[in-house]
Design a binder for this molecule. Structure first.
Ligand code: GLV
Length: 332
């Protein structure tokens, strides 16, 4: 008798023409919801499957996998995987994969767009114009910060940070960065970027872009004390994760002129956005869309499918998923 096919849970309806490749290897449990799952819903979906393909909205940790004895792989459709409790999944022998590389350039484009929009007050101007308040041209209306000739600080100099640095060269910006460790000289040269300490980055940046992973160590790393070290004329842009920034401290700095402006694509409690941020005119708010181009979102789903197929021992790369996160760290 033929072996039963592995079962996988597809947590969201994602590009059917791509995810149908899962059906070649697995019995696929599809869900049509676009709502948020409660932990108990996720636990129920994981109970009888060998693998799952999830997005960053699905949190999977010890509670969700407690009854998931068959679970062997979770493929995240995102480069960041802070929605997954890596130690818990690793201890349970669950292979985790993510989607790096395919979203680097689209996300770097967006980081730069958000920086420009924030520094040059594009959305604030547009709101003001649509409100019918433009009665005459004025020499000193909506003055914003220059990008050209300014100093760009990048916190977290992985692939996306490097992509933003390469774009900054076209704007004649001086690029400083801080990272867990300095990049090799060759990579620094290609990005025309110089490594500095965290405090120096804060003090020197005219514009600071956050592109670092969210971990317990980076939780609220941009807090009131860090913000106080920045120039009051500076712009802060976050395309990483909301929890990196102490949002009440940021809102307070923006409201009281201790920071000029902020561009945020991510929020600590997203999709909820704090009322004190919504109330500010000098903050550009977007709904976590940095990687949202059709080609990139398709490439992310395709990579997640490849990851899941290989992680569950199927397809040409059986056992060798293209983007493993915790391979080699398994305890079981
Ligand atoms: C998006 O935020 C991602 O991590 O891919």
């Amino acid at each position: 008798m033929a072996e039963p096919r592995p079962r996988v849970w597809l947590a969201r309806p994602l590009f059917e023409d791509i995810t149908m490749r899962l059906d070649e290897h697995f019995e696929v449990v599809r869900t049509s919801v676009e709502d948020r799952y409660r932990p108990a819903d996720i636990a129920a979906h994981l109970r009888d499957v060998d693998g799952a393909l999830v997005t960053l909205s699905e949190k999977v940790g010890a509670e969700e996998i407690a009854g998931a004895a068959r679970l062997r792989a979770v493929a995240n459709v995102a480069v960041g995987y802070d929605n997954l409790d890596l130690p818990a999944l690793t201890a349970a022998g669950v292979l985790v994969t993510n989607t790096p590389d395919v979203l680097t350039e689209t996300t770097a484009d967006f980081g730069f767009a958000l920086l420009m929009s924030t520094a040059r007050r594009i959305t604030e101007s547009e709101r003001w114009l649509r409100e019918g308040r433009w009665d005459r041209w004025s020499f000193d209306r909506m003055l914003g910060a220059d990008l050209h000739g300014s100093t760009l600080g990048i916190l977290g100099m992985g692939r996306i940070g490097q992509g933003i640095a390469r774009r900054a060269a076209g704007f004649d910006m001086r690029v400083l960065y801080h990272n867990r460790r300095p990049l090799p000289a060759e990579t620094e040269g290609a990005c025309r970027a110089r490594y500095v300490g965290f405090d120096e980055l804060l003090a020197q940046a005219d514009h600071l872009v956050l592109v670092l992973p969210y971990t317990p160590q980076t939780h609220h790393v941009v807090d009131a004390a860090a913000l106080a070290k920045m120039k009051p004329t500076a712009t802060l842009v976050n395309v990483a994760r909301g929890g990196i920034v102490d949002e009440p401290a940021l809102a307070d700095a923006l409201a009281h002129g201790r920071l000029a402006a902020a561009g945020l694509d991510v929020y600590e409690g997203e999709p909820a956005v704090r009322p004190e941020l919504l109330a500010l005119r000098n903050v550009v708010l977007t709904p976590h869309i940095a990687s949202a181009s059709p080609a990139t979102r398709r490439a992310m789903v395709a990579l997640a499918v490849d990851n899941l197929v290989a992680a569950l021992g199927c397809g040409p790369d059986a056992g060798r998923p293209p983007a493993p996160v915790n391979a080699g760290k398994m305890k079981r």
